[in-house]
Design a protein around this ligand. Sequence first.
Ligand SMILES: C[S@@+](CC[C@H](N)C(=O)[O-])C[C@H]1O[C@@H](n2cnc3c(N)ncnc32)[C@H](O)[C@@H]1O
Length: 201
Amino acid sequence: MDTSAEMLEVARRRCAEEGLRNVVFEQGDAQFHAFSAAGFDLCISRFGVMFFPDPAAFANIGRAMRPGGRLVWMVWQNRERNEWSGAIRQALAPGGGISVDAGKPFSLGDPAIATELLSAAGFTSIDFTDVHEPVFYGSNIDAAFDALTGFHLVKDAIARTHEPTDRPLQRLRDLLQAHMTPEGVLFDSRSWIITAHRAVG
Ligand SMILES: C[S@@+](CC[C@H](N)C(=O)[O-])C[C@H]1O[C@@H](n2cnc3c(N)ncnc32)[C@H](O)[C@@H]1O
């Protein structure tokens, strides 16, 4: 499930490329969607659930899962542990003032907060695995630049800038250049893989 028709289209295309036939896609808001109660064995999200503005969303997911069902979510750790966030913000607005992430991508970055939210939503055995792997933006500067400038958050920041847009865009290119490695354009980053079970009873 995704709110974005564009993202679902990408997922459908990749699924067809892999020849997978037992997959259903649905456009909607996972926070409030009326999933069938206790209808799911497993809930997987990669960098999606941390955008939920409403904590009640986690209870909605909990209700959808059968007792004992498993949850596996990948989320960013706190902002300070994700070099890409500060570096990109700094490139877009060296003096500050532009938010490219508004805090939300990191809303589950603190295990204490995530544990509290998940416990309240009926999950137990909540566990966090540290994933310390770089973010890959592209195999060359142009590919990385296209990827980054395609992000809504970056587009919005550029649209709000008070200087000629070629300046932040050039700083972005310089930043990508500084992060070019033999493996492509990489930034340090840390995530959690959160696992939990829907409480039984
Ligand atoms: C960073 S992208 C990750 C996409 C994909 N899971 C991946 O790993 O490539 C975050 C996705 O979460 C989706 N999203 C955010 N809030 C959502 C919500 N309340 N319900 C469903 N999807 C949501 C966004 O539309 C976006 O596609």
